[in-house]
Write a protein that binds this ligand. Structure first.
Ligand SMILES: *Cc1c(COP(=O)(O)O)cnc(C)c1O
Length: 371
């Protein structure tokens, strides 16, 4: 089965094989695995030893987002969220439930937020301490530019927290080049092609030190994760980690490096995306985004107008032909979302496009333009 969803992604057999063992988290052999993960991740994030720290947190991306919002933004504090997609909406809810005040910058989910819009919103409200932004908006497929928006945040003397969950490993980012970036967040199961179960914040140490004690949660306190590491050593976890997911992630990081690192992974995903985008157009379908706004991680496609089209039936027909896509969508209008990430190649994508054509034919979907 070809898994074309934006996480958890299709993985390589070598990565999955690393999970087939029992592991004690505090065992000295495992400490080495964990230590290597920390340094490899710090390198990938463009962080500097002594200035930035890699902080693991058990669980999914939402847990990392909640932890970063709680840890870096004081209770009652104000943050700006560019709301141009489904994952930005999730950040709004996480921040609101943590009783942080959200200032909204509404925008369409069909283009990136402009740095000038962020600059204007920050100038209008000096009480905003942080901007929380999604790098790759997995809801539609657009990409917000952390370097450009970060420059506006830096110029305004504010801080940035980046949800890089569906971007890290494929889209460029450099902590050293962006001192306004308090933390970037990602998980094991997306563009780094590991198994799900663990997430990471790569964060500024000075910000972590300043953040001590303001999370209002023990589990979700990144400053406490950092303090624990200082006290107990970097081989030690506060709570039981998903050791098998970490062992697999270690292999996934090696495979990422062997492929040529971030630029090579971006190139493969971008080609996957191009094959898919042009392929669905050739089948008569309409991509949700204009080509110039289309990012490399996920292609969202309008559901066809034909009354014979029904999403779950289409997903099932496609699955019968060896390709699995999401059976839900995150846009206001009916769409379908097809992932371009994971251990898949442009050749796989050509096969997927052919399968999409066959599934549409099998359902008798002839009116293929947007409904
Ligand atoms: C996948 C994703 C998340 C986190 O999702 P989980 O299901 O909690 O792992 C957060 N932000 C973005 C942009 C994502 O793509």
């Amino acid at each position: 089965m070809l898994l074309l969803i934006p996480g958890p992604v299709q993985t390589r057999p070598e990565t999955r094989a690393a999970m087939a063992q029992d592991i004690a988290p505090w065992d000295n052999d495992f400490r080495a695995v964990y230590a290597e993960i920390r340094t490899q991740v710090l390198d990938l994030a463009g962080g500097r030893e002594g200035e930035h720290a890699t902080l693991p947190l058990q669980g999914c991306g939402h847990f990392l987002m909640e932890a970063a919002i709680r840890s870096f933004i004081p209770a009652g504090g104000k943050l700006l969220i560019p709301r141009n997609g489904a994952y930005a909406e999730r950040a709004v809810r996480l921040a609101t439930e943590a009783r942080r005040q959200v200032v909204s910058l509404h925008g369409p989910d069909t283009r990136a937020v402009a740095p000038e819009e962020v600059a204007a919103a920050l100038a209008a409200d000096p009480a905003i301490s942080h901007v929380v932004m999604v790098q790759n908006e997995t809801g539609s497929g657009i990409v917000n530019d952390p370097a450009a928006v970060g420059a506006a945040v830096r110029a305004a003397g504010r801080r940035l927290i980046l949800d890089s969950v569906s971007a890290f490993g494929a889209l460029p980012i450099s902590l050293a080049a962006q001192p306004e970036l308090d933390a970037l967040l990602f998980t094991s199961g997306k563009c780094l092609e590991g198994l799900p179960g663990i997430g990471f914040a790569v964060a500024r140490i000075d910000s972590l030190t300043a953040a001590a004690g303001q999370a209002g949660s023990w589990s979700f306190d990144l400053a406490d994760v950092y303090q624990h590491a200082l006290r107990a050593g970097w081989g030690s976890f506060r709570f039981t980690p998903p050791v098998q997911a970490l062992a697999a992630f270690r292999v996934a990081l090696d495979l990422h490096a062997a492929e040529g690192g971030q630029p090579a992974r971006l190139a493969r995903y971008a080609e996957n995306m191009r094959v898919l985008y042009q392929g669905v157009q050739a089948l008569g379908l309409t991509p949700y985004l204009e080509w110039r706004h289309q990012g490399p991680v996920i292609v969202t496609v309008h559901q066809p107008a034909d009354p014979n089209f029904e999403l779950q039936r289409f997903v099932d027909a496609l699955k019968a032909r060896g390709v699995l896509i999401s059976n839900f969508y995150n846009t206001k209008v009916p769409t379908m979302r097809i992932g371009c990430v994971g251990a898949i190649t442009p050749e796989d994508m050509r096969g997927a496009v052919a399968a999409i054509g066959k599934a549409l034919d099998a359902l008798g979907v002839r009116q293929r333009q947007a409904g």
